[in-house]
Every structure is written in C-alpha cells, then in structure tokens.
Design a protein. Structure first.
Length: 403
C-alpha cells in the first residue's frame, strides 16, 4: 500500500455565502481540501481546527472513518457532540476524503461505494425573494399583496428556472417585516399567514407545476402557528416545509408533522448521526437535510442517508458552502440511493465559480453538479480568487505560512 502520513494542516478564511474556513490537510506535497460551514465565529472554528491538528498529524489520511472517530471521541468531554467543534471536525474530514482520493487515484464517490448517479440535482435557494435578477440583495421584502411584489417573486423564480434549476426554495418567515408585532414570541398573526400564502401563490403561478418548491421557516414559530401556516400552504403541493418550529424539541416537530399533509424537512441544525437517530425515533420528518460541512462530514452523511433509507425517507442535504463544500456534498449525494436534491445557495455570487477549477466543468451547470473521474473531489483552488474574498477581519489570512 505504501506509506502516507498527514504532515500539516493550513487554513484560509474567506467570505462566500458567509465567512467560511477552507481547510487543507497535507501529506508531503499533496493536499486534500475541505470547508467548514460558513456561519458563526470563523476564528473559533479556525482555533478548533488548529487544536485538532495534533490528532491527525502522523496518521494515515486514508483511514478517514477512524480519524473522524478519533477526533470526535477525543472531544466528547469538550462539547464534541455539536457546534463549533463538530464543524471544525467536518472541514478536516472533508479534506481527508479529498486527500485519500488523490492518494488512491479515485474520485471520492467511488471511495464511498460508487455512484447511483453522476449528475447531482440542485435546488436554487432564492432567500425571501430578495435576490434580484442583477444579483443584489434588496433591502425591503417584496409585498405579495401588490402587483409589483408578486412580479418581484416571479422574477427571482424565473431567473432560477432560466438557469436550468428544476427546484427552488424560498424563505417565508419575514423576520424584519412590518407585520411582525413582537420581537420575541413565536406566534403568527392572520396577516402574516396571509402574506406567506400570497408569496407562495405568486411563486407557484410564476413557475407552474413542473418546478419543485420548498419553503423555509427557519425554526421561528410556535406549534399552533406552525400548524396553521402549514395547513394554509397545503394547496401548493410543496416539496417540503422546512423547520417550522425550533430544532431542540423533536416531539414538537412531530406534532406539526402529524397535523398537516405538507411534507416536513429538518436537520440543518442537528449534529452527528446521534441527533438524527433521535429525529427518526420521534417520527418528526418526511425528509432529512444534514449539512455535511457542519454536522460531521461525508461519512456521517452516509450514515444518516442510510438511516433515512431504513425509514424509506429521502435525503436532501442542506448546503450554504462555497464550491469546495458544494462539490464535496455532491460526491456523497452521488453515492446514496435515496438522494433527491442538494441545496445551492450562491445564485447571487458571481465570483463563486472562479474560486476553484473543477474537473467536471463549472461547479454548477444547468442546475446540476456533474461529477467527473478526477481523483478526490476533482478541485484545484484558485488562491488569487480566494485572496480577493479574504475574510480580513478575522486575521486568519489565506493559507498564511507562519501561523
Ligand atoms: Mg433552512
């Protein structure tokens, strides 16, 4: 087999969808690249990656599952069940897969057991309709009660359709909207539910029946409000309703699920296979969406996909990563039977493609990630482009040599 040892890890902090950490794991002069979920305290994630480095240096990078378990179990007494530590482990785990693939001369989806498909279908996240066709976030949410507002939602949906996407997701929780009466309670007014119905009807009217449509509530509402809103959205035949209630109480989510015919999707705020085991035990979902760059990595994603398959449930990963995390997730999606659709959250980021050179062509083409036979993830980093979006405030730099 020959020998291969991890020699060092370096990192880059960049702004893509949010402030994210790119992780490179080196074995001599070969590296694998991973990405940590782009939200929250990037300096804390970076410090956690550096703290974990000593657990993998000197190890064989091809032992990905063993090194994941080593990092995870070594941190059980330090909050390693969820949060920043697991996000840091996820970025290293992704990089280990890429490195193992490069060392073995095989694409990662083959290391994961081979492909059910080599074209991975994406859905376009359209935020709350606040990304316009020119690619800029607008400050005010469109009002679906007005013709201009309905046209604004329709324009965003049509932009995604014209780029080849066959599935969309919109936010309806209107966090800063004028209809919100109280900053802290989780209750929805009749007017707020009417606004949701107006928004979804405008989008459905614009895209027709051939487009799959998911709606995200960002874990904001109480159980009775979530049930009222879900029932009001039943006529639109949604692909799923996402996180109608907060993530901590799975029995509450199960109660919403039992009260509506709308399929319920959750999981972007859960960590590791163990929290997903609880989700399945609670009977709380019709679809799962772990975020591999956040919740544990590709091996853990494979385990959750298999858990979902045992319940005959679809697997549709959450993804707000840059091109590295997106391609990494696509390799997993290729390798599990019950995959349906992967999130793409960079509709408005025209620099997204330039951050890497991808063996499969553009990372996103006609609404899909097209996998290639190139070793690892098939990615090369464009360091000049990464430097152009450096997260300077963190002081982490872009693979700074002396850290
Ligand atoms: Mg969500």
């Amino acid at each position: 087999l020959g020998s291969a040892r991890v020699t060092r890890i370096d990192t880059a902090a960049v702004r893509v969808v949010g402030p994210c950490l790119i992780v490179r794991v080196w074995a001599g002069d070969v590296y694998g690249v991973g990405e940590c979920y782009p939200s929250g305290p990037v300096r804390a994630v970076d410090a956690a990656v550096r703290g974990l480095t000593e657990l993998v240096v000197g190890e064989d990078p091809r032992d990905v599952h063993r090194l994941y378990e080593k990092m995870r179990r070594w941190q059980i007494f330090n909050g390693g069940q969820a949060g920043t530590i697991v996000t840091a482990i996820s970025g290293i785990e992704l990089a280990l897969w890429d490195l193992a693939g490069k060392l073995l001369g095989a694409p990662v989806y083959q290391l994961l057991g081979g492909a059910f498909r080599t074209e991975v279908r994406l859905y376009a996240d359209c935020n709350a309709g606040t990304v316009d066709a020119a690619g800029h976030h607008t400050s005010a949410l469109p009002d679906p009660a007005t013709p201009d507002g309905r046209a604004a939602f329709a324009r965003v949906a049509a932009t995604a359709r014209d780029r080849g996407f066959t599935a969309l997701k919109f936010d309806v929780d209107d966090v800063y909207g004028a209809l919100r009466r109280d900053e802290w309670n989780r209750s929805l007014s009749r007017a707020q539910i009417d606004r949701m119905v107006g928004q979804v009807s405008a989008i459905r009217e614009a895209v027709g029946d051939q487009m799959d449509l998911a709606i995200d509530m960002h874990a904001r509402f109480d159980v009775p409000s979530a049930i009222r809103a879900a029932r009001a959205l039943e006529p639109f035949d949604l692909m799923w309703l996402e996180e109608p209630v907060p993530p901590e109480n799975l029995a509450a989510l199960a109660e919403v699920r039992r009260a509506t015919s709308v399929p319920i999707c959750a999981g972007e705020n859960l960590y590791t296979r163990f929290e997903f085991l609880d989700l399945f035990k609670a009977g709380a979902v019709d679809c799962v969406m772990p975020d591999v760059a956040k919740f544990g990595g590709l091996g853990e994603g494979r385990r959750v996909a298999d858990l979902a398959e045992l319940h005959y449930l679809p697997f549709a990963p959450h993804n707000v990563s840059g091109p590295v995390g997106t391609v990494a997730a696509a390799h997993l999606c290729a390798a599990v039977s019950n995959f349906t659709v992967l999130e793409y959250h960079a509709m408005d980021l025209d620099f997204f493609e330039g951050l890497v050179r991808y063996a499969g062509g553009p990372v996103v083409r006609d609404g899909y990630v097209h996998l290639s036979d190139a070793p690892g993830f098939g990615l090369e980093l464009n360091e000049d482009a990464l430097r152009a979006v450096e997260h300077t405030r963190s002081g982490i730099g872009v693979f700074a040599p002396d850290r």
